[in-house]
Each structure stands twice: as C-alpha cells, then as structure tokens.
Ligand binder design. Structure first.
Ligand code: ITT
Length: 208
C-alpha cells in the first residue's frame, strides 16, 4: 500500500482527513505515527499558500514521505480579512477554540456586515521536501451573533453556512466535509495525489 503523511498538529483537521481520505487507496499516517508530534514548523509566511508549503516541505523532509499539509483559517470582511493566516493565534498563545470564537464575536459586536469565508490551501510535498502542488478551497458564510452547535472544531460554532440556517458546528461530519473549504481543497488535490502516489510506487518498485 502507498504511504502518505498527513502533517497536522490539529486533532480536528486530522479527524476530517480520516473521513476525507477514506476512498483513496493509500495507507496514511499522522505526525504521531512517525514520531514527529513534537516538531513545530514556524508559520512565517504571509499567505495560506506559503504556510501550507512551509509545513508540507519541512514535514516531508523530516519523515522522508509524500506529505500533505494544510493552512487554513477564517477571513472576515468587516475585519479586513482578519484573522486570516493568524486564525490559530488570534487570541494569543494557550487560548482555546472558545476563547477565539468569543474574541471574534466581541470584535464584531453588532456589525451589520458579517460576511466571512473559510479558506484552506493544501500543499503536497515529495519525500525530499520539494513542493509538488498546492490547491485551495473556499466556503462562504457569515459570522453568527452567538455560538451554536457542538460538532467540528475551531470557529465552526460561530460560522453560519451560506444558504443554510445553521452554523458549521450544527452540520454532521459528512455534511461539513461535503461543503467545507477543506473538503473542496481535498477534492481538487485527490487526482494530483493519486498520480503522485502511482509515480512514487513505480519508482520504489524499480529500486526493489
Ligand atoms: P497545523 O498547522 O498543525 O495543521 P493549526 O491549528 O495550527 O494546525 P492552521 O495554522 O492552519 O492550523 O490554523 C488554522 C486555524 O483556523 C485553526 O486552528 C482553526 O482555528 C481555524 N480553522 C481552520 N479550519 C477550520 C475549520 O474547518 N473549522 C473551524 N475552524 C477552522
């Protein structure tokens, strides 16, 4: 079976990849499985694409495996696109998902323009760290006035999905995956991944 490293320290993302990758003929591992759970990659980029590339490349090189990493976050129009690439760090170090949601609701107060979107860039790196591809996915919506729902993670309880009277945290896992920024990015990444896995597999066979 072909091997892929799914490089994220975020358990919420990992749970989603578990389902999203189920139909791909690949044996995948998480950072913990390859002894890299403690490896931090500084996110010094200014864009989701840069940070996704930094993570995919560093973890691929460390593990010597084909690697997928994502950089994602929430863009709020009334905040000029914030928290954006700072979504994980929005309420400072050690803050919880609930703290970040609370800070966002406080910043927005009763602002009438609540338009927002989740964005996810998935980068794929070869076992030597070279970047092979980057694809993105977007999910449009708006910021709720109060948190609702207990599914998902991160900003899901305060993100109202466009066209549905529900927050992302009120959707089932399958419903979220079908419309989410991550689900969409992975759908675009799948053909690329399938081709790369085939290529790497053949390369390994030649060297057997
Ligand atoms: P890794 O870098 O190890 O993958 P991370 O949590 O630091 O983990 P990011 O730097 O990409 O990941 O930060 C993304 C943040 O954006 C994440 O911590 C959430 O707060 C938020 N986020 C991303 N995807 C989300 C989703 O599907 N639902 C809710 N919030 C999400």
């Amino acid at each position: 079976m072909k091997r892929l490293l799914v490089a994220t320290q975020n358990p919420g993302k990992l749970r989603e990849y578990q389902t999203l990758l189920a139909d791909l003929p690949v044996e995948w591992a998480g950072l913990r499985d390859v002894g890299l759970a403690g490896m931090d990659v500084p996110e010094t980029g200014a864009t989701f694409a840069e940070n996704a590339g930094l993570k995919a490349s560093a973890y691929a090189r460390a593990a010597g495996r084909l690697t997928l990493a994502d950089d994602s976050g929430l863009e709020v129009d009334a905040l000029g696109g914030a928290p954006g690439v700072y979504s994980a760090r929005y309420a400072g170090p050690g803050a919880s998902d609930a703290d970040r949601c609370h800070k966002l609701l406080t910043e927005l107060k009763d602002a009438p323009n609540r338009a927002a979107r989740f964005r996810c860039v998935i980068a794929i790196a070869l076992p030597d760290g070279a970047l092979a591809a980057a694809v993105d996915g977007v999910c449009e919506g708006s910021i709720a006035y109060a948190p609702r729902g207990a599914n998902g993670f991160g900003y899901d309880p305060v993100f109202r999905v466009e066209g549905r009277n529900m927050t992302m945290a009120e959707l089932t896992k399958a419903e979220k995956n079908a419309i989410s920024h991550r689900g969409r990015a992975l759908a675009a990444a799948k053909p690329v991944l399938a081709a790369l896995l085939e290529h790497i597999h053949e390369h390994e066979r030649e060297h057997d």
